[in-house]
Write a protein that binds this ligand. Structure first.
Ligand code: CTP
Length: 392
């Protein structure tokens, strides 16, 4: 995405440096504009280096294009973060007296405003009126947070988490076709303790489940994510519950089940656990005999208690006879949809950001060619939504 990031002169300008860094890591194309006051807080060089981006500070500067008109037609989205009361007042009234306000006036695409200031300035009726006007003019306002402010006061005015700004940005470009749907996703492996320092687990990074949770929340769903131990940040706006063992995962899932419309079991659940867990560390010997017993099959438990209107999706991680094994699981676990993938392949699955899967439903079998897990997640949700319409 082509992002035009505008910085205005508030103390929170330093927090926008991290926003520039996040946008860069996401591989967005980034150009940055700054007001004169913004430069009193952070130098353009900092933004240029951290964001790996061109920084413009003069609306009449010519670098192959006139900066304010050129940049505003180049960008897909404009973000003003932080936005001061002064800049908001100017934009709300069509004033275009610097690179940021002039670009804002010329920009026709989706636009985000992140107000951050002292609480009294924020709560002043004139600022509130300007915000209302700006929202009417199409600005998505990311409201400031309540908390400790730079001058020692407490109140509403704090610059929000950058993850929230990114979420709002992605949200502007996402169709909201899962509004009103509640979704439960499981992700990652489960662990079964052998003793206090050892466990049995499955190979799973959790990436696929997290991408599904993220895609669903962006599409407007209310998402509960029950997660085994993984090394991934929670997607913004998702309710995450961390669990370790299969029993803990089963308990959480069954607790939440009643509240949701859709269950997606992407977790790589451990199938066996030690018959007994040693209370003390087992001392090393020549060999160790472990007696393993089956864990609870969470999907089978779900199928016993689910309502007919609930839609349940399972995954099948296979190394051979992919479709045959997946079809068997689809039937035996009474699923509405199963997503099968070949985990013997090195270029997809496990740690990879890519996947290639076959989806089986009552109505069709669809092969999704190798693509990013984000794209797979969205394609799975497309198929799922079509099936829900057919089911009800
Ligand atoms: N699953 C589950 N509870 C378990 C094991 C698996 O709910 N104890 C779910 C997984 O989350 C997945 C689906 O069942 O959605 C299939 O998991 P998989 O490990 O492929 O199959 P298993 O049923 O364990 O069968 P097998 O190991 O024999 O392939």
């Amino acid at each position: 995405m082509r992002v035009l990031l505008a910085i205005t002169g508030g103390i929170a300008a330093y927090k926008a440096v991290d926003l520039a860094s996040i946008l860069r890591k996401r591989k967005d194309e980034l150009k940055i504009i700054m007001t004169e006051n913004a430069m009193k807080f952070v130098s353009p060089l900092t933004f240029a280096a951290v964001g790996n981006a061109e920084v413009y500070t003069d609306e009449f500067e010519y670098r192959g294009l006139i900066s304010h008109t050129g940049l505003s037609s180049w960008a897909d989205v404009m973000i003003i973060a932080p936005a001061t009361a002064n800049t908001m007042a100017k934009i709300a009234n069509g004033i275009a007296d610097n690179i940021v306000t002039a670009s804002a006036l010329a920009f026709k695409g989706p636009k985000i405003l992140v107000p951050a200031m002292n609480v009294r300035m924020y709560e002043n009726q004139v600022t509130q009126d300007n915000l209302e006007k700006l929202s009417k003019y199409g600005w998505k306002i990311v409201e400031p947070e309540i908390g400790h402010l730079a001058d020692g006061e407490e109140g509403k005015g704090r610059y929000p988490e950058n993850a929230r700004i990114i979420f709002e940005m992605e949200s502007l470009f996402t169709k909201k076709d899962m509004d009103n749907l509640k979704v439960l996703v499981t992700a990652g492996p489960t662990r079964e303790a052998i003793d206090p320092v050892r466990y049995i687990s499955n190979r799973s990074s959790g990436k696929m489940g997290y991408e599904i949770a993220k895609a669903a929340v962006l599409r407007g769903a209310d998402v509960h994510l029950v997660s085994g131990p993984v090394n991934i940040q929670s997607p913004f706006n998702v309710k995450r519950y961390d669990v370790e063992s299969t029993q803990e995962m089963a308990q959480r899932v069954l607790d939440i089940l009643n509240q949701v419309d859709i269950v997606i079991m992407a977790a790589a659940v451990a199938d066996y656990k030690p018959l007994e867990t040693a209370q003390q560390k087992i001392k090393k010997g020549l060999s160790l005999d472990l007696k393993l017993v089956k864990t609870t099959d969470i999907l089978s438990e779900i199928s016993k208690v689910k309502r007919p209107d609930q839609f349940v999706v399972g995954f099948a991680a296979e190394t051979q006879n992919l479709l045959e094994n997946a079809r068997h699981k689809f039937e035996s676990k009474s699923l509405d949809m199963i997503v099968a993938n070949d985990v013997s392949r090195k270029d997809i699955g496990f740690e990879s950001d890519y996947n290639e899967v076959t989806v089986i439903t009552k109505n069709e079998t669809v092969h999704l060619e190798r693509m990013t897990k984000n794209e797979i997640a969205n394609s799975l949700l497309d198929i799922l939504l079509k099936e829900i319409v057919k089911k009800n």
